[in-house]
Write a protein that binds this ligand. Structure first.
Ligand code: SAM
Length: 279
């Protein structure tokens, strides 16, 4: 199993994602919406606005982007994409993206992982990003224009029903998004549909090793922060296998908040999972 490096582990554990500095982390989340879908969009519109108002990439401190990505990767994206980073892992960094591949990013936010994937696929490949929050889409498209990223396309849509044909992608990535989906089975079915035979998923997500209490699951602020919808790790892996994927492997497994008093909260982890659609 690969591990995130020491710096990443200590920063995550100290509360990078999960401590309130990014989209994940319920501290200070204020929402007007009561409906979950609207609340998710409200929250990530706020994160998109944070990204849009970022002028300089913060590599010196514990911004979400600097805790997950190397300085050299961040130099290839815009400050606005880095400023909107709300992931909990670095799926592109460990997905071994090949030149010429078609990559799909589910819940692409400000586009950070799409741009990193596009650097790896080169002009012969193509990267699609799908997100349901219009503010995020606007930010991602504006970032693509600034970077002149011709091989990246951002689509408005839900990860449960992606507006792309069957067998589109060689690789599907996602970074801290499936935890936000109320019906994870639907998402994995959709990933299966969209992958070419032999294609792979590499997803970073928040999971737990202790069942979450019902009040955390019912708490909208916890849910929009990628916590309330965190699946039990064993159930998450079972869902992937039950969908038909094979060679499922945990590539990274990092505690998010191990100092927390509540055992369920202390059990939260950021993981990256890889699995293959059979040939
Ligand atoms: C925690 S952020 C992660 C963004 C990006 N992956 C990153 O690493 O910065 C979650 C993103 O997923 C989007 N999202 C959440 N649920 C979604 C759904 N069901 N369908 C499409 N997008 C969704 C949100 O709008 C938001 O941009």
């Amino acid at each position: 199993m690969k591990q995130l490096d020491e710096v990443q582990i200590s920063q995550l554990d100290a509360g990078g994602c999960g401590g309130g500095s990014c989209g994940c982390g319920s501290d200070g989340v204020e929402l007007k919406s009561t409906n979950l879908n609207d609340a998710i969009q409200e929250r990530y519109s706020q994160v998109a606005q944070r990204g849009a108002s970022t002028d300089v990439i913060d590599t010196s401190c514990c911004s979400n982007a600097s805790s997950l990505y190397s300085e050299s990767s961040l130099e290839t994206v815009t400050p606005q994409a880095a400023g909107a980073s709300a992931g909990c892992g670095n799926p592109v960094g460990i997905a071994d993206v090949n030149e010429g591949e078609t990559v799909l990013d589910l819940g692409s936010g400000g586009g950070i992982d799409c741009f990193l994937a596009a650097n790896a696929t080169g002009p012969e490949g193509h990267v699609y990003g799908v997100d349901m929050t219009p503010e995020m889409l606007k930010l991602a498209r504006s970032n693509a224009e600034k970077l002149d990223a011709q091989n990246v396309t951002f689509l408005l849509g839900k990860i449960e029903a992606v507006p792309l044909p069957d067998a589109t992608a060689d690789l599907i990535i996602s970074n801290c998004v499936i935890a936000l989906a109320p019906d994870k089975r639907m998402v994995f079915d959709e990933i299966y549909r969209l992958l070419k035979p032999g294609g792979r998923l590499v997803v970073s997500d928040i999971v737990s090793t202790v069942e979450l209490p019902e009040e955390a699951r019912q708490d909208t602020a916890e849910w929009v922060s990628c916590i309330g919808g965190a699946d039990l790790l064993s159930r998450y892996l079972d869902r992937i296998n039950d969908t038909g994927f094979e060679n499922t492997e945990l590539l990274t497994d990092t505690p998010l908040n191990s100092e927390a008093d509540d055992p369920w909260r202390a059990s939260l982890r950021s993981v990256t999972v890889r699995a293959f659609k059979p040939e």
